[in-house]
Design a protein around this ligand. Structure first.
Ligand SMILES: [Zn+2]
Length: 299
């Protein structure tokens, strides 16, 4: 029965379920959007991610299974604003007529410019670090899935309402948590300056060693710049992120005699057991790590 292994149009291997499974096939660029899309889709649609949990999303390169997923996709959700440096490769792979939706470019919220490095002045892509923006992502996903699969409208609306409620509660919870931290302690220094939206939402000052992971990382100039800022502002700790090396942060922490805390999750959810396995869990985990590190040593 060799024929059983031959891929037929519309039932590409890699997409789970039997060939008669005619549910809508949703492809997402990375784990944060994948999680939001799964929440909205529920059982009604199949959802896949391209860059998997733990991967560096900015510079991801499509794998054979990603091509299979894209060839079978009914719709693709990406972040946009330059996050996916591999967008041209994705576009070239996507069958004609399949909608490609750049969520961060469709929301109402305005993009914050990158503050440092080679890409300074361009829109910062890490919009999802504000839960209110993540909620806008979920609304767009809901509306686009209803367009594609009108018979599923009730399911998508019900699922999306639960997601939106959870995100609203998350935002209130985080606002309450960070309100307990005196403003002068709200200094967030990381490797990649990926927390601009988060900082703007919760009243932090924020800088990274470099501005964006698409840049060269840890150059002498970047290191000198952040060391000056650290000496000036004296944060309680420095932070590292899950998808990039902590080498530079650790070196700088040693030079400036500061503790290191982490990982923080930005460009990917955490693997099983990290406490950051979903978007909501990842934001809570970040809050725990930040609060613990920045309240340390305070009166
Ligand atoms: Zn990033």
């Amino acid at each position: 029965m060799l024929t059983a292994w031959v891929a037929l149009p519309g039932c590409a291997p890699g997409w789970q379920g039997d060939p008669d499974d005619d549910r809508v096939r949703v492809v997402t660029s990375f784990s944060v959007i994948e999680d939001l899309a799964r929440g909205v889709a529920g059982e009604r649609a199949l959802v896949r991610g391209l860059a998997p949990v733990g991967a560096e999303v900015h510079e991801w390169e499509l794998l054979p299974r990603n091509f299979v997923d894209l060839e079978g996709a009914d719709i693709v959700f990406i972040n946009g604003l330059g996050l996916e440096q591999w967008l041209e490769q994705l576009r070239a792979t996507l069958p004609a007529g399949v909608p490609l939706v750049a969520l961060a470019e469709e929301i109402e919220r305005e993009a914050i410019p990158i503050q440092q490095g080679e890409l300074r002045g361009g829109p910062d892509p890490h919009v999802w670090m504000d839960p209110r923006a993540a909620a806008e992502f979920a609304e767009i996903i809901r509306d686009r899935l209803i367009e594609l699969d009108p018979e599923g409208e009730e399911d998508y609306r019900t699922n999306a309402s639960a997601v939106l409620e959870e995100l609203e509660a998350l935002h209130d919870e985080l606002a309450g948590t960070f309100a307990r931290l005196p403003p002068e302690r709200r200094l967030l220094i990381t490797s990649e300056a990926a927390f601009l939206y988060f900082a703007d939402t919760y009243g932090f000052q924020h800088a990274g060693i470099w501005g964006n992971n698409a840049e060269e990382e840890g150059t002498p100039r970047q290191v000198a710049g952040i060391v000056d800022l650290i000496r000036e502002t004296r944060p309680a700790a420095l932070f590292w992120e899950s998808t990039i090396t902590d080498r530079y942060v650790r070196g700088i922490a040693e030079d400036t005699r500061l503790p290191v805390a982490g990982p923080l999750y930005v460009d990917s959810l955490g693997r099983a057991g990290t406490g950051a396995e979903s978007y909501v869990a990842m934001m809570r985990q970040n809050a725990r790590v930040i609060m613990e590190a920045l309240t340390e040593g305070s009166d």
